[in-house]
Design a protein around this ligand. Structure first.
Ligand code: BEZ
Ligand code: FE
Length: 309
């Protein structure tokens, strides 16, 4: 027997009252959004014949998700953070903005206040047996002019896929720096090639992914916020080519234009010239920023972040 209550006067009245739509006070936009979400939940219960036990299991799940501070993980894993990028891309395009380095998700693992360095930095402060990476490039505007004094805020995982602050085995701000570009708009840093991140195996995000037959792995990547006065903030990542999850990111963040070549150097003369004993890798990557303008959609995201350690 198909039961349909959604269109009955009793339920439409219930939904309107539950979201305050019958009241003059409150925030009109918020009331409409809450009303839509509540109605979508009720519609889902009706359509899939969700039992009370299933429903309360879901409520318990969300409670545990919050307790484990994994909301940002699940949102990325369900593709919603990527969808927000697609929406912003489309809004920019509709406003006539084109070009610039593609954006991609921030993820939940940035920490404010990384040490600020001029022109260059070394990110790997904790000793690790990883392949040394030298990365460098230029920040430019859309006309190709260098942007001096831009801040390249860079963060990435270690060789085990862990991020300082969230991984207690790492020191404060390991693999995190802010680099101010020089007069030619250039930045460079030394670090180690990261490994891909994986969701905590016992956490609620991985638990749900398991039930959906999905993995919770990301390809190796390096995150950036690039900011400069008068320019739109760029939130992006580069991926390390060759990673088995390069085009199978559980967070859907891999995008064309964000997979630069990684050059591996094993020539003894080059190794020696860098003051190293082992082969190393280099990546060259330039960032292109768009100018800020009043009629463009905002790119500054109000989002709760972990407190700096
Ligand atoms: C990350 O940047 O590593 C990340 C992004 C989304 C979800 C989990 C991790
Ligand atoms: Fe990451």
């Amino acid at each position: 027997m198909t039961i349909s209550l959604m269109q009955t006067p009793h339920v439409t009245d219930l939904l309107a009252r539950a979201s305050g739509l019958d009241q003059p006070g409150g925030d009109a936009r918020l009331k409409r959004i809450v009303g839509r979400i509540v109605a979508d939940i009720c519609r889902t219960v009706e359509e899939f014949d969700v039992t009370p036990s299933e429903f309360w299991t879901a409520v318990g799940y969300l409670t545990r998700l919050g307790q484990a501070n994994e909301g940002g993980l699940l949102v990325a894993g369900l593709g919603i953070e990527h969808f927000l990028d697609l929406m912003l891309d489309a809004r920019e395009q509709a406003a006539g903005l084109a070009g610039g380095t593609p954006r991609t998700i921030e993820g939940p693992l940035w920490v404010p206040g990384a040490p600020l360095c001029k022109g260059e930095a070394r990110l790997d402060q904790d000793p690790e047996a990883g392949e040394v990476l030298f990365m460098e490039g230029q920040v430019r505007d859309i006309e190709g002019r260098p942007v001096a004094g831009a801040i390249v805020d860079v963060w990435h995982a270690n060789t085990k896929g862990g991020y300082s602050h969230f991984d207690p085995s790492q020191s404060r701000y390991n693999l995190r720096r802010r680099i101010e570009t020089d007069a030619e708009g250039r930045y460079r840093f030394r670090s180690i090639l990261p490994s891909g991140y994986g969701c905590p195996p016992e956490g609620p995000t991985q638990q749900l992914l398991d039930r959906m037959g999905r993995h919770g792995r990301r390809p190796a990547h390096i995150h950036f916020f690039v900011t400069a006065p008068g320019f739109r903030k760029l939130t992006t990542q580069i991926n390390i080519e060759g990673d088995e999850y390069l085009h199978d990111d559980f967070a859907f963040a891999t995008r064309d234009g964000l997979i630069p070549p990684v050059v591996h150097h094993d020539d003894p003369a080059e190794i020696n010239a860098r003051g190293l004993n082992e082969p190393f890798a280099t990546i060259a990557f330039d960032f292109v920023l768009n100018r800020e303008a009043a009629d463009l959609p905002g790119v500054e995201v109000a989002r709760a972040h972990a407190e700096a350690a």
